[in-house]
Design a protein. Structure first.
Lengths: 117, 508
């Protein structure tokens, strides 16, 4: 029952792929762990950075001090959120090219082996 | 209605109809209908995501919120943007690799059961209907203000236009309407911002100093705390904003319109730049309106501040610029509601009819006609509900949509992709507890129950003080998914291996 619906909507050969074997393979493990090493710290960072703004504005008045002219630190921190988002977006897109190559190699290897079966 | 405004509206309607005619000839299969055949490139899809996302609430609502409440209005701009990092880092690529047409496709890629697809489809439909009523009621009121036509005619015009785009042109027409709207919206916003900056002699410091003396709030205008005084409520709202986007079905659906995960990623990158630029410019819209229109006139035109941007345009560039901005607002509404109709129709036609009732045994032709019938039904239902909701304050519906998206969809999306032990019971309890807690908490909140008559739907004392319950409902959604999983013995490591491989490599 588990696979019935699935087969009807996918080509039959997809059921012959040994996903567990690929998942356990060294290159795949390497791909997943490099992604995790990049994304987990970045995600924690941007969430902390983001929530720091409402926490600081809600519980303290420190951001009400003026930084430059009549622009207070709250606005500086708010603009920093934009810079942070664009920077982290660019960083990931740059690094992800490497992940695409790694994923491409895994697929390549799988296809070569697959044709021998 | 001014002649200029009328001509600009007719031009926008004309262009979108030509696009729809052109798109209709390319919309024969289900894949073309739901995903434009997956043939959009990163730039096109990025602009379409921006067009799908930047609703009238963003354009007119945030401009008004900043003009009236200063810094507190800007919280929305920040949350709506940072949300794209969640979309980029955790959702976009796995979704593209696992799904076909809908969010339910992605979840059932791991848990292939009808009841899961049904619950996911119900969540999608709930979010789409909430969001859509809010958009249509807002659109009706807005067009009524801008053009001086009756509310019901305005709702009908928008309703008929969105139905035509989706019915005939499917995702291709919807995408191009969104792309054009994104370009128009950016153009309009950049022009106004430039004119505002010019009035301040191209000096940002000057702008902050002048706006400090321009509003009744005085110096406080520049400080947080005018609108959001309760710390927990502020944090709850910012939580819903940052997590909700990654669970909105009409945004998620856009990732199926590109060929692979790499293009999905580059389209989020384009969208992040465009959306970010727009939200930065909301400061100029808001400050400009506060300084040159004045809060008294803004509130007089519309208590929520929705007319701030058009009024500012009038001060800066006369009737022509105001007509142009009104036309842009109209295009904005059309693009967003078209995306909503399409995602609602996909949940009905693909998930409920095609996969559950017909069990996937459905021809290409049947799929397309089911999609078209669903599109008419979703549109008709939304129009009728919007006509009845005219006098209601519907602002809570958008926060409800974000809340359901963050509490019911996001936990299950995350666990499906990343948690090995996650199982069918967990997926169902997660989605249902997120949906139920959001609904119940909003019903007992000040959005629905307020002491003053007319402020909300029911007169009375609200049971909770939170205007957005995300801070409670998001943890409930995660907890529901977690408890459902650990309390049920089922576990399928093989399927998880398959999902991980597919999500990371795009292997099919």
């Amino acid at each position: 029952m588990e696979n019935k619906e699935f087969q009807s909507s996918s080509p039959p050969e997809s059921t012959t792929i040994d996903y567990e074997k690929i998942a356990a393979s060294e290159p795949f493990q390497h791909l997943v762990s490099s992604k995790r090493k990049l994304l987990v710290p970045l995600t924690v960072f941007f969430l902390v950075f983001y929530f720091a703004l409402p926490f600081l504005t809600s519980f303290t008045k420190v951001l009400n001090n003026y930084a430059i002219g009549d622009i207070s630190w709250a606005w500086i921190f708010a603009f920093a959120q934009f810079i942070m988002t664009w920077t982290l977006c660019t960083v990931y897109v740059k690094k992800a090219n490497k992940f695409d190559d790694m994923a491409g190699n895994i697929l390549e290897e799988y296809k070569n082996k697959g044709s021998n079966v | 209605m001014s002649i200029t405004a009328f001509i600009l509206f007719v031009i926008i309607v004309g262009i979108t109809l030509v696009i729809t005619y052109w798109a209709a000839k390319r919309t024969k299969t289900a894949s073309e209908f739901y995903t434009a055949g997956g043939g959009l490139n990163g730039w096109q899809n990025g602009l379409a995501i921006a067009g799908d996302y930047l609703s009238a609430a963003s354009f007119l609502g945030i401009a008004g919120a900043i003009a009236l409440n200063g810094f507190d209005g800007f919280f929305y701009s920040i949350g709506y943007l940072v949300a794209y990092l969640v979309v980029l880092y955790v959702v976009a690529e796995p979704l593209r690799n696992l799904g076909k047409y809908t969010l339910a496709d992605m979840i059932t890629a791991r848990f292939d059961q009808k009841k899961i697809r049904a619950v996911a489809a119900i969540n999608t439909i709930a979010i789409v209907i909430f969001y859509m009523i809010a958009q249509l009621v807002g659109a009706g009121a807005l067009i009524q203000l801008l053009l001086g036509i009756d509310y019901w005619i305005a709702v009908l015009i928008v309703g008929i236009m969105m139905t035509i785009y989706v019915l005939f042109g499917g995702m291709t027409a919807t995408s191009w309407v969104q792309i054009i709207k994104a370009a128009l919206l950016m153009l309009g916003t950049v022009i106004i911002s430039f004119l505002v900056l010019m009035k301040f002699h191209f000096n940002l410091f000057n702008m902050f100093t002048e706006v400090k003396n321009a509003t009744p709030h005085g110096e406080n205008f520049l400080h947080p705390g005018i609108k959001y005084k309760d710390p927990i409520d502020t944090i709850s709202i910012t939580l819903a904003l940052v997590l909700g986007t990654a669970g909105l079905p009409h945004i998620l659906m856009r990732f199926f319109t590109v060929k692979d995960a790499k293009t999905a990623r580059s389209s989020v990158a384009v969208a992040t730049w465009v959306v970010g630029l727009f939200y930065i410019l909301t400061i100029f819209l808001g400050f400009g309106a506060a300084a040159f229109v004045g809060s008294e006139k803004i509130i007089q035109a519309n208590a929520a501040g929705n007319m701030a941007a058009p009024l500012l345009a009038q001060v800066l560039g006369g009737d022509f610029l105001m007509s142009f901005v009104s036309a842009v607002a109209f295009a904005t509404i059309l693009a967003v509601v078209a995306g909503l109709v399409l995602s609602g129709a996909s949940a009905f036609a693909h998930d409920i009819y095609g996969q559950i009732i017909k069990k996937g045994n459905i021809t290409e032709k049947q799929q397309v006609s089911a999609a078209r019938y669903s599109c008419i039904s979703v549109a008709a239902l939304s129009i009728i509900l919007a006509l009845f909701a005219q006098k209601m304050n519907v602002a809570f519906l958008v926060s409800l949509a974000f809340c359901v998206a963050a509490s019911a969809n996001l936990p299950v999306i995350l666990f499906t992709i990343y948690w090995k032990k996650f199982n069918t019971a967990g997926a169902i309890t997660g989605m249902l507890s997120g949906l139920a807690s959001s609904l119940i908490l909003v019903i007992i909140s000040p959005n629905v129950i307020a002491p003053e008559p007319g402020a909300a739907i029911i007169v009375g004392k609200p049971l909770i003080s939170l205007t957005n319950p995300a801070i409670i409902s998001v943890p409930i959604g995660f907890l529901g998914a977690y408890l459902g999983t650990v309390l049920s013995p089922k576990r399928d490591d093989k399927k998880f291996a398959e999902v991980t491989v597919k999500a990371n490599t795009g292997l099919k």
